[in-house]
Design a protein around this ligand. Structure first.
Ligand SMILES: [Zn+2]
Length: 115
């Protein structure tokens, strides 16, 4: 009998950042909204509207000319994967988080509103 054990010391290290479920659904809703509806959020490769927000935050390195020491300049990103062909799309976490936060926050009275 083979008895493979996935728990093997150092290979257990997880450098990924998990995205909380609640945040995942907010990101998914926002992307669908920006696409003009769930059915319009289609894969540019195969045209399928079946995609999912991945549970891990990604960091895309920007113009690295030096060897990576620690964490260099990077763009923290959300990723979605097409469930039909696997095509990956990346969205700026900073921008999406800002949009979601600004639209979720209650409007303050006496701001720069007209009237
Ligand atoms: Zn696809």
């Amino acid at each position: 009998m083979s008895n493979e054990n996935p728990d093997q010391g150092d290979q257990n290290k997880d450098y990924s950042k998990r995205i909380p479920l609640e945040a995942l659904s907010r990101v998914s809703e926002k992307i669908n909204e920006k696409a003009g509806g769930l059915e319009n959020d289609k894969c540019p490769v195969c045209g399928s509207a079946h995609n999912t927000v991945l549970e891990t935050e990604y960091s895309i390195p920007v113009g690295q000319t030096e060897p990576l020491v620690g964490i260099g300049p990077h763009v923290p990103s959300y990723a979605t994967a097409c469930l039909n062909c696997g095509y990956l799309r990346f969205f700026s976490k900073l921008i999406l988080d800002r949009i979601i936060a600004s639209e979720a926050a209650p409007r303050e009275e006496g701001g720069d509103e007209n009237g």
